[in-house]
Design a protein around this ligand. Structure first.
Ligand SMILES: CC(C)(COP(=O)(O)OP(=O)(O)OC[C@H]1O[C@@H](n2cnc3c(N)ncnc32)[C@H](O)[C@@H]1OP(=O)(O)O)[C@@H](O)C(=O)NCCC(=O)NCCS
Length: 171
């Protein structure tokens, strides 16, 4: 497993997340082909992701991943349920920089995050993000303390795509 350092992003580190979010949105824009959303602004940047709640609201956690001191990705955790079912934690966003992909960094990072934040989790995967679904299925199933794994497909006003629900820690 790669050695991934996981740290809560301090308020003064918000610009780091805002910068990396540009890369994340660029990756996601691939899935928005044919839709209005996801165009570049006139300044050549994507829209600013709403990060304020991550240093303001309970249940919101911004995390930065580093490998050997270098930024390698991030996770945003909140308590929003895409399934409208009760939960404790939602993986709102999760990102590994391209240089470090397919080497187990995402798995190591998310296993670390799950262990730091046990409870009843949800991960909603956009229908077109097929590679992320493969990642989540593998990463969730391989966590040593996972139980109660469920996967359902949603086509509602709230979500279009699969949602994984699972518990980390004692059931
Ligand atoms: C999804 C993402 C986090 C995966 O990170 P990663 O560090 O490459 O993941 P890992 O190396 O730990 O991959 C573990 C397993 O997940 C699956 N997987 C990961 N990326 C995949 C891809 N592009 N296609 C198919 N399967 C993939 C594979 O089973 C992989 O195991 P393998 O490499 O032995 O085949 C990364 O590609 C990313 O940041 N993507 C853009 C943002 C995004 O889609 N985030 C998820 C939002 S729901």
């Amino acid at each position: 497993m790669p050695d991934v350092d996981i740290a809560i992003a301090r308020a003064e580190e918000r610009p780091i997340l805002a910068n990396m979010m540009q890369f994340y949105v660029h990756d996601f824009s691939e899935h928005w082909a044919g839709q209005e959303t996801g165009e570049l602004e006139t300044d050549g940047r994507f829209f600013d992701y709403p990060l304020d709640p991550y240093w303001r609201d309970p249940g919101h956690v911004p995390l930065l991943f580093r490998i050997g001191g270098h930024l390698a990705g991030f996770a945003l955790i909140n308590d929003h349920s895409h399934s409208d079912r009760p939960l404790e934690r939602n993986m709102a966003e999760f990102f590994v920089v391209r240089k470090h992909r397919r080497g187990g960094v995402g798995t190591a990072a998310v296993h670390g995050v799950f262990s730091l934040y046990p409870g009843l989790w949800e991960a909603a995967v956009a229908r077109r993000n097929v590679s992320a679904l493969a990642f989540w299925r593998a990463a969730v199933r391989s966590h040593p303390q996972v139980s109660e794994i469920e996967e359902d497909d949603f086509t509602t006003d709230h979500w279009n795509g699969p949602i994984l629900r699972f518990r980390i820690g004692p059931s």
